[in-house]
Design a protein around this ligand. Structure first.
Ligand code: GTP
Ligand code: MG
Length: 293
């Protein structure tokens, strides 16, 4: 683990920490998983979630495959949320708003982030840190997925962020993080796309939260194709780094009042809804295709 130097901005008021947290022995853990056509990968991902997790929130981006049916078949207690906008950033915002745990873990549905690492992400939170950031370039971490171009881009953008924010992070564009829900007003996720991890990293740094990195191994996407476009998404990351550095950091109370994303939740599963899901899937070429925006 590597303790990070907080960002240069003065720390936010600390009323977001201890008072809102349950005792160290009773945290509830929510996992938020954004999905866009990940039916083939979910059997691997959902069955690797450890028993310590209390709630799984799947945020679907109007998949046209059987993502929702597969998820509910494997894990009938899963909460299915339909994002109200577009992109991974919007999906995470909806998922964070829906999650009820005192600890929230975000990971991907393509098999690249291993849910078996969740307990290693949660441990530093229980030890007193606010935010735990997965890193592929720390200690035993690694990546089987990242290309040379993306590695170079990630390194350059990371270097810029570290200089501008006074941090010493070792990774930037990685989708595996865990945090106390009290971090949410500081994060105020309000972006659409793949710049979301950068937005979160920049905001928790500027808020002066206690951020720690843990090594994580990124695996290859199991099935399907990536939704990421290196150059345009890299530009969004760059703009986010620059914009967030000059953004005025408000109070937690003001942030909490302005960050109130909406989300739509599918009713809990029962035999009827599973049958209806399957029928919708057959009729529309994919589960909930009729919900597409
Ligand atoms: N709900 C929702 N999920 C999305 C959207 N775009 C991507 N995702 C999910 O976000 C996660 C990461 O997306 P990927 O396409 O794997 O992108 P990436 O991991 O950044 O890029 P790769 O390293 O190439 O895999 C996956 O679980 C996707 O299904 C979206 O618009 N809406
Ligand atoms: Mg991926």
């Amino acid at each position: 683990m590597l303790e990070q130097t907080p960002g240069m901005a003065p720390p936010m008021p600390t009323d977001s920490t201890d008072a809102d947290r349950p005792g160290p022995t009773t945290p509830t853990i929510s996992v938020v998983i954004p999905t866009l056509n990940e039916a083939a990968n979910l059997p691997h991902v959902l069955t690797r979630i450890p028993e310590s997790v209390d709630e799984v929130v799947l945020v679907d981006g109007h998949s046209i495959d059987d993502t929702i049916v597969v998820a509910r078949t494997i894990r009938p207690d899963i909460r299915v949320v339909l994002q109200d906008g577009r992109g991974k950033g919007n999906a995470l915002a909806c998922g964070f708003a829906a999650a009820q745990g005192s600890i929230i873990v975000m990971l991907d549905a393509d098999g690249s982030t291993d849910p078996a690492e969740i307990d290693a992400f949660v441990a530093p939170l229980l030890a007193g840190h606010d935010f735990v950031k997965g890193s592929r370039f720390l200690g035993a971490g690694g990546s089987e997925d990242i290309t040379g171009v993306r590695r170079a881009g990630n390194r350059a953008l990371l270097a810029l962020l570290n200089v501008l924010y006074g941090t010493r992070y070792t990774d930037l564009c990685y989708g595996y993080n865990a945090f106390w829900r009290t971090c949410l007003p500081h994060m105020s996720v309000n972006c659409d796309g793949f710049e979301v991890e950068t937005l979160i990293t920049a905001r928790v740094a500027r808020a002066g939260l206690s951020v720690v990195e843990v090594p994580s191994v990124e695996h290859e996407r199991l099935h399907g194709v990536s939704n990421l476009n290196a150059v345009p998404d890299g530009m969004r990351v760059l703009r986010t780094i620059l914009r967030e550095r000059v953004r005025r950091v408000g109070t937690r109370r003001r942030a909490a009042n302005t960050w109130q994303p909406t989300f739509r939740e599918c009713p809990p599963v029962n035999e009827g809804t599973l049958v209806a899901d399957r029928r919708a899937s057959e009729e529309h070429g994919g589960a909930f295709a009729s919900n597409a925006a």
